[in-house]
Design a binder for this molecule. Structure first.
Ligand code: ATP
Ligand code: MG
Length: 255
């Protein structure tokens, strides 16, 4: 069940001038688990995801995906290896329908495999992937509605659907619950939990109730460092976490 980690970072570091946004982070992410990364604003969580997805190159350190070094590889190459990424802001095409949005996701993957298939077969495959993704993100009933008539929560579901249409094995989620009401957040959490059994999930999220009720493993980042990693129960009672997290949060600039 556990076995080798799907993603493993070693000494992963990213500097922006004098600032070390991600500081020698060594972590393992295992399949079938929801691994949350929490920490105050500016802790380096998004930068860490960017290093995993190829949106940013590390200054030093290693990222291995199933044993293969991917640090510094471009986004499209890492995506093709099965790493899906969502962003802190929603990223859908508002004038396209939900189905079309998912199809765009599926097509992104197709461009790399096109040469192996006849166009008609490839087309059918893309449509099937898009339908499956719509169902996985629970928007089949919204199939032919334009994305701009969706609620905020539904738009985030659609964004997840576009990612799922690429058939990723790893999901990097950056604040998927941001801006959601309780009902929307509950639905999204349920959706994420349902995906955990056959995906490796890295969940960056500020909603602590959600994190502590959903995550199997939590890493606390403060000032670019991975301060502590453990079960929700262990993290909740960790004096070091309490001290560093709350101290840093108090000192953090207002958003
Ligand atoms: N492209 C960049 N150039 C310069 N500094 C950056 C860049 N991206 C991030 N930073 C800085 O790196 C630090 C970490 O930022 P990051 O966005 O990773 O934090 P975060 O933990 O995701 O915060 P939040 O919870 O507010 O989203 C911050 O001080 C930020 O200002
Ligand atoms: Mg962030």
């Amino acid at each position: 069940m556990t076995g080798e980690p799907v993603i493993r970072t070693d000494g992963l570091t990213r500097r922006f001038g004098a600032l070390t946004a991600v500081d020698a982070v060594s972590l393992e992410f295992t399949a079938g688990r929801i691994h949350a990364v929490i920490g105050p604003n500016g802790a380096g969580k998004t930068t860490f995801l960017n290093l995993l997805s190829g949106n940013l190159r590390p200054t030093t350190g290693s990222v291995r995906l199933r044993g293969r070094e991917i640090a510094g590889a471009p986004v499209h190459a890492i995506a093709r290896l099965g790493v899906g990424r969502s962003y802190q802001r929603t990223n859908v095409f508002p004038e396209f329908t939900c189905f079309e949005n998912c199809r765009l996701g599926a097509q992104a993957r197709l461009s790399s495999s096109m040469r192996f298939f006849k166009p008609a077969d490839a087309y059918a495959g893309v449509n099937a992937d898009a339908e499956r993704a719509l169902s996985l993100c629970r928007l089949s009933h919204r199939r032919d509605d334009a994305a701009d008539v969706l609620s905020h929560g539904e738009r985030r579901q659609l964004e997840l659907g576009m990612m799922l249409a690429t058939s990723p094995s790893v999901l990097l989620l950056d604040e998927p619950l941001a801006g959601m009401g309780a009902a929307e957040a509950g639905l999204m959490l349920d959706l994420i939990k349902g995906l955990a059994s056959d995906h490796t999930i890295v969940l960056v999220e500020h909603d602590m109730d959600a994190v502590f009720s959903t995550a199997d493993v939590i890493t606390v980042m403060v000032g670019g460092r991975a301060l502590e990693t453990g079960t929700p129960a262990a993290i909740q009672v960790s004096p070091a976490v309490r001290e560093a997290y709350l101290g840093a949060a108090k000192g953090a600039p207002a958003p």
